[in-house]
Ligand binder design. Structure first.
Ligand code: GAR
Length: 188
């Protein structure tokens, strides 16, 4: 049986697109939720015939858990089995992380444990690294610290900027994420 996957986004949704394009026997994407109204990824979902919803975090103010309780409700109602974060730019509270433990996955643009958090491309360049990469991992309470499902790397070239590096890495992310999601889906 294909696992029912929800993808959470905040913006462009190119990784969502890669996950949609690579749907196969292991998983299906049945819901996309954006915390940002008008996120471009919502249209990608609709174009693929997938339900796409906005759950704006702003009306919840500082009550992160209230936002997540409503999000969790949407997911449970649709019998979601795996939640995939794809450029979802909000840190989740222990409530949500515990509720979805082992079934909550993220893609992060660095070779974790290097460079958790933001500005990963600039930090890899500043450190003088000659290799950069992306990681798909389970989400735990500590940010960008869960069990690694898969990684892929690219060389850093002379003249790279954070932008060129991000662009080249994105192509690698688009192969890595569907492979890792399928791997997790088969294990569950
Ligand atoms: C991707 O590069 C993803 O790895 C990164 O945001 C980008 C989203 O692009 N995620 C994070 O930084 C998570 N902390 P997309 O919306 O086109 O998939």
């Amino acid at each position: 049986m294909k696992k029912r996957v929800a993808v959470l986004i905040s913006g462009r949704g190119s990784n969502l697109q890669a996950l949609l394009d690579a749907r196969q026997d292991a998983y299906d994407i049945v819901l996309v939720v954006s915390n940002v109204p008008g996120a471009a990824g919502l249209e990608r979902a609709r174009a693929a015939g997938v339900e796409a919803l906005v759950l704006d975090h702003k009306p919840y103010g500082k009550d992160r858990e209230a936002f997540e309780r409503d999000l969790d409700h949407l997911l449970v109602l649709r019998n979601i089995q795996i939640v995939a974060l794809a450029g979802f730019m909000r840190v989740l509270t222990p409530f949500f992380v515990r509720a979805w433990a082992g079934r909550l996955v993220n893609i992060h643009p660095s070779l974790l444990p290097k460079y958790p958090g933001i500005n990963t491309h600039a930090r890899a360049l500043e450190a003088g690294d000659d290799v950069h990469g992306a990681t798909v991992h389970l989400v735990v309470e500590e940010v960008d610290a869960g069990e690694i499902i898969g990684q892929a790397s690219i060389p850093i070239l002379a003249g790279d900027t954070p932008e060129t590096l991000a662009q080249r890495l994105l192509e690698v992310e688009h192969k890595l994420y569907p492979e890792c999601l399928a791997k997790l889906a088969r294990q569950l």
